[in-house]
Write a protein that binds this ligand. Sequence first.
Ligand code: E4P
Length: 221
Amino acid sequence: MKFFLDTANFAEIEESLAWGVVSGVTTNPTLVSREEGAFEPLVRKICAVMQGGPVSVEVLATTAEGMVEEAVRLAALAPNVVVKIPMGVEGLKVVSQLNSREEKVPCNVTLVFSVNQALLAARAGAAYISPFIGRLDDIGWDGAALVEEMISVFSCQGIATPIIAASIRHPQHVQRVAAAGAHIATVPYTVLKQMANHPLTSQGIERFLADWSLSRGEARL
Ligand code: E4P
């Protein structure tokens, strides 16, 4: 399973790239609204630092015509832009149109909350499909179960469209979607850090250092 970073914060992207584990970025209007500065230069800067890794950028228009126009403009910002299109009837029209252009525009169909929505998005030609698991948990459902079901239906239907498990709130979400076979998990920076750390790892390092300096009292190098 690959990891994407779910953020529009450049410092978080730069820092996590140094870990060698992040291969894409997903943004949304809420995440971008938290950042300073103009939108297009920020998108270009993120795309450049990702060196070809996909960067999802969402449309704001709500009509099919408006979304297509906006998607084409966003895709022109950098070759690795993936346009995020909200699921729905208008969204499906957009994905299908953008997919049948000579210069295809790759689409990440977002705000997916059911297997049926995912089946339609795949059929329309989505490059990625993003089920939102945390938001399902928020209303008392089991969000990770949706990813499990989606993977099993896609596998029995022979659908290869990559599934991006999104709206991830904690490391247990990551483990569950990985066990289900999700292709990608897009995680907030805080969750990525939680995944890397464990209290016993920190305690272990402290104890090794304390034992060494007690018995040897000297630096090794
Ligand atoms: C994914 O592409 C979305 O940007 C994101 O995961 C939404 O997460 P949220 O439900 O925490 O806002």
